[in-house]
Design a protein around this ligand. Structure first.
Ligand code: M6R
Length: 606
């Protein structure tokens, strides 16, 4: 998703802004640009493609000035072109960068063009710069001009503006899209998230929805939508510079796959009470009051919720429904049968998930944010937070965040089951022991890289693949298929194994790769029969399973095993070979592993 950075009060800030943009690369982008104010006018450089192109342009023509803004753009309105890349200048007087969507941009643009404003891009964002010019032409002060711009626009946005006649400040505002202000000793900064600023400062102010602020070298003056000065708390963020490099791995994704034992262990620590037992970060009474749960999430986080439904309903006997966040509020759901909404999001910024959580809150559900980024909007707005502690996830494809989410969710399910008296103490102890063993078991599952390499080599030439799983492994089949398609662009679909005979089996043709997830659970025999049917029709079975289930599928063409585990926890362990398979296939194909085409890490538009 688009990234915004800015600095004020920092001599020759161009390089610093470029550095900050590099830290936002993980969000995904297709063009980038930086503008500075040199005291006399704006110096702007924009380029399509990767930041390396912008870098080489800046090397040829260094940017001077101690105030500036930068942007990485992920195209929404208007194609990928230099003209559509941010920053956008109006009348050589106001320059802006913007993240989000100005929903009423067409009407605004038509009006402004009639008034004589000349636009130079196809973007929705450019109207912001022209609205500022219009307001200044009308003689409005900075505050009044900003209020009038905010009153005119509809939609989700975070933006920063630099005004020719006010070179000592940045104007920033946000509604739904994230924006952080970083406070340094002699300079101030802005960023779409604190990671962008981590090398500059850890002192951060998060704006609330509809806030705007004037950011100077000395700090930030923040106002609410009415223009009333407000005090927004300064927080110290945990992100540190060292957390966002590849650590010797070829890709962030490869590093993050390897970080899973740590990510799980840290997340588990957040779910472990003083007595060493796994619990949830809420009181027994709060747990007791949970009578029905709606899970709200997107993409991989949604698949984590689907796994959790098996766990929570199976162990705690509490009803759960899982909603694709972007569908939830628009279908006017009946909320009365649920007490609680759990919004699951790695970034804590997915706008679909945030909006769904707000909708649940407005309908009197207690909201719990299960997020990986502590200061994120979902974390700040939820009634309670269950954190994953996976550390910054930079690869666009979610890996360690997913297994950390599963770890927290199984821990929550057991804690809930214990409070509800739905599980025997002996079964609770068994599961607790298996959860505690998970970092070590995942470490063992990581040793399968070499065994998976030749399978990935073959898979790279396939046009299509199926992923099958049954029971708690069905959602993992969906996740495995998502990983393969988003990384290697191979068409892949996940199905419940038992559903194959109701239609999808027609897709099986000679040598079609069928990636099967299997555990030694109560549906092992049935799941194996479903695979036999696929194999008999020419499907090439690639089996991901625990050691004790291998014998059941002696017709598999390739087998990757993970250590034996309680079947309930098999999704955590089998996620690892599924991720490695997708990763190595993408490496074989030479795709952009960390930033796959058309994708963004954190999707802050609906
Ligand atoms: O940050 P979130 O967990 O809210 O993100 C949700 C999805 O956008 C995300 O999981 C996406 O599907 C990933 N590309 C999956 O690898």
């Amino acid at each position: 998703m688009c990234g915004i950075v800015g600095a004020v009060g920092l001599a020759n800030c161009g390089d610093t802004l470029l550095d900050a943009l590099r830290r936002l690369e993980y969000r995904g982008y297709d063009s980038a640009g930086i503008v500075t104010h040199n005291g006399a006018g704006f110096e702007i450089t924009r380029s399509i493609g990767k930041l390396a192109s912008l870098d080489s342009l800046i090397r040829k023509n260094p940017l001077s000035g101690d105030v500036g803004i930068g942007h990485t753009r992920w195209a929404t309105h208007g194609g990928v072109s230099e003209a559509n890349a941010h920053p956008h200048i109006a009348a050589e007087r106001v320059v802006i960068v913007h993240n989000g969507i100005i929903e009423n941009h067409r009407q605004l643009r038509a009006r402004l063009e009639q008034e004589g404003h000349l636009f130079s891009s196809d973007t929705d964002s450019e109207v912001l710069a022209h609205l500022f010019v219009e307001a200044f032409d009308a003689g409005l002060s900075l505050t009044e001009a900003t209020k009038s711009v905010l009153a005119a626009i509809e939609g989700a946005y975070a933006f920063a503006a630099l005004v020719l006649d006010h070179r000592d400040m940045l104007i920033v505002a946000r509604n739904a899209s994230p924006l952080a202000i970083g406070l340094g000793d002699d300079a101030s900064f802005i960023g779409s998230d604190a990671i962008a600023l981590a090398h500059l400062t850890r002192r951060v102010i998060y704006l609330k929805d509809n806030d705007f602020a004037f950011v100077t070298a000395e700090g930030a003056a923040v106002f609410d939508a009415k223009g009333t000065p407000v005090n927004r708390e300064e927080v110290i963020v945990a992100a540190s510079q060292g957390l966002v490099d590849k650590g010797g791995y070829r890709h962030f994704m490869e590093k993050e796959i390897h970080e899973q034992p740590d990510a799980i262990a840290h997340s588990l620590a957040a779910m472990t009470g003083a007595d060493g037992r796994i619990s949830a970060p809420m009181s027994r009474d709060q747990l007791h009051d949970i009578t029905g749960i709606v899970m709200l999430a997107a993409g991989t986080s949604h698949y984590a919720s689907l796994v959790a439904r098996y766990w929570i309903e199976g162990l705690a006997r509490v009803p759960v429904t899982c909603e694709i966040a972007s569908e939830y509020r628009y279908r006017k759901p009946v909320t009365s049968s649920f007490s609680t909404a759990i919004a699951i999001s790695q970034s804590g910024e997915s706008l679909d998930t945030l909006m769904a959580m707000r909708h649940a809150g407005e309908n009197d559900l207690q909201t719990i944010g299960l997020v990986n980024v502590p200061g994120s909007t979902i974390a700040r707005e939820a009634d309670a937070v269950m954190p994953t502690r996976a550390g910054p996830e930079i690869g666009v494809a979610s890996t360690k965040a997913f297994t950390a989410q599963l770890t927290v969710l199984i821990s929550f399910a057991v804690a809930l089951a214990e409070v509800k008296g739905a599980i025997t103490p002996q079964r609770a102890d068994e599961i607790q022991a298996q959860i505690q063993a998970m970092p070590g078991l995942v470490g063992k599952a990581l040793t399968s890289f070499d065994a998976i390499r030749p399978i990935a080599h073959d898979l790279a030439s396939a046009r299509s693949a199926l992923f099958l799983g049954r029971d708690v492994l069905f959602p993992l089949a969906l996740e495995g298929a998502l990983k393969l398609k988003e990384l290697s662009y191979i068409h892949a679909e996940g199905f419940a194994s038992g559903e194959m005979k109701h239609g999808p089996i027609a897709l099986i043709e000679d040598a079609l790769p069928v990636v099967a997830m299997l555990a030694a659970d109560e549906v092992l025999g049935k799941a194996a029969s479903n695979l036999r049917e696929a194999s008999a029709r020419g499907g090439r079975i690639i089996l991901l399973t625990e050691e004790k289930a291998v014998a059941e599928v002696d017709f598999a063409e390739s087998v990757i095993t993970v250590p034996n585990v309680d079947p309930l926890l098999a999704p955590i362990l089998l996620a690892v070979p599924a991720q490695i398979l997708a990763y190595l296939t993408a490496v074989e194909k030479g795709t952009d592993v960390d930033q796959p085409r058309n994708l963004a890490k954190s999707v802050t538009v609906e």
